[in-house]
Design a protein around this ligand. Structure first.
Ligand SMILES: Cc1ncc(COP(=O)(O)O)c(C=O)c1O
Length: 393
């Protein structure tokens, strides 16, 4: 195992820190005792450069209104150029507290009140709920599991686009499947959206967490026409484990799309952002890449460990290795138990808190999502609890 200067093995007690993951077990799972392996933040300390910037500002002691400076946006544009060969200028970048905020705003701004909005299931639960809560009609196209990995059902995808859909929400890379879309797949999806006049919102929050040396491809980078039809959402939140700062970056090459987005953002006074978000942007994108490289190596090792462990100890529970990020889409269907029974056993016997697969769509029956963005000892403990429980059924 490669030794790095960052200690991802260190266990940090997150209880009593207002942590949704660690301090909401009673509300979410009905009991305090579960090992929480659900909501998508990690149990690691953020990169030293980010923590130092926060300490420095705390010592300064004044936390007044602040703005996102052009230098830090420049560090972000350099980052996406260097890593994804995506050419954007600071003028093409806006912000938003969360990506979900930007997505909900975009649905309101760019689609008609009863519009159809397409998502690919199983997918991150707010994609479902925000479409419904904004009064739009949810249209789904299921990503299929094939012997060669996950695949779009192209016939179904196009027929849905052709059914009067106004917006397609892409998850690139995909949560919960950990699928990274190839250039060919992105071009095909993007061109079909152009053909049917469907706007693309590409949520690329997990982009920086590509595993095993995989290369992330930005949807808006695959063609100029697609770029002009796309709003891209990125953030340092998952990448550097600073999700609690709620500071995201929204990009479009289309001045028309970006202006409309900014107008609404500013009407709601959401555009200013927060001081800690602003002062951590440069240390994130300009000083923390080495930390990130060590992190993705560590996550890759966790994935491999979980895969080998389950193959040996509990072959009835399987997963396709994610190409990106720290989430495992565990398939319990071979246990022969009902979804309800699996859930009950996970919570009350194994005492592990996983995400219920059905929150990602009906096709999530028999699946649960496990967060392995944690020290190996925690991942091991979670897997052992699951194995001890399901081996005996
Ligand atoms: C695909 C995806 N989009 C958005 C988010 C949340 O983004 P934010 O907290 O910036 O709203 C998550 C968090 O898990 C996610 O997985």
């Amino acid at each position: 195992m490669r030794k790095t200067m960052y200690n991802f093995d260190k266990i940090i007690d997150r209880k009593n820190t207002n942590s949704i993951k660690y301090d909401s077990s009673k509300e979410i799972f009905g009991q305090e005792e579960v090992l929480p392996l659900w909501v998508a933040d990690m149990d690691f300390q953020s990169p030293p450069a980010i923590l130092d910037a926060i300490k420095k500002r705390a010592e300064h002691g004044v936390l007044g209104y602040s703005f996102r400076d052009q230098d830090s946006v420049g560090h972000f544009t350099n980052w996406v150029k260097r890593r994804y060969n995506w050419d954007i200028t600071p003028e093409q970048v806006s912000g938003s507290p969360g990506i979900v905020t930007a997505l909900a705003l975009s649905v309101r701004i760019f689609t008609n009140p009863k519009a159809k909005v397409l998502i690919q299931t199983p997918v991150y639960p707010p994609f479902h709920s925000l479409v419904i809560e904004t009064g739009r009609t949810l249209v789904t196209s299921q990503i299929e599991m094939t012997p060669n990995g996950y695949s779009v059902n192209w016939e179904d995808f196009e027929s849905k686009l052709a059914s009067g859909v106004e917006m397609f929400i892409l998850c690139n890379s995909h949560n919960p499947l950990g699928k990274m879309w190839s250039r060919e797949e992105l071009l095909r999806m993007g061109n079909l959206c152009l053909k049917h006049g469907v706007l693309i919102f590409s949520d690329e929050i997990h982009a920086d967490l590509a595993l095993y040396g995989n290369q992330h491809i930005v949807m808006a980078s695959v063609s100029q026409e697609i770029a002009m039809n796309t709003i891209t959402a990125m953030a340092p939140s998952k990448t550097f484990n600073i999700a609690g700062l709620l500071n995201s970056l929204i990009v479009s090459k289309s001045p028309e799309l970006l202006n409309k987005f900014n107008k609404e953002l500013n009407t709601l006074h959401l555009g200013m952002g927060n001081v800690i978000g602003h002062i951590t942007l440069s240390p994130a994108y300009n000083e923390s890449e080495e930390w990130l490289n060590s992190l993705v190596t560590y996550i890759g090792e966790n994935v491999d460990y979980a895969y080998d462990y389950l193959a040996k100890e509990l072959p009835t529970v399987t997963f396709i290795k994610p190409e990106s990020s720290f989430l495992l889409w565990l398939d319990f269907r071979k246990t022969g138990l009902s979804h309800k029974q699996i859930k009950e056993k996970l919570i009350n016997q194994a005492k592990v808190g996983l995400n219920d697969g059905t929150a990602f769509g009906e096709c999530g029956q028999g699946f649960f999502r496990m967060n392995i963005g944690a020290p190996k000892a925690i991942v091991k403990e979670g897997l052992e609890r699951i194995a001890a429980t399901f081996k005996t059924n």
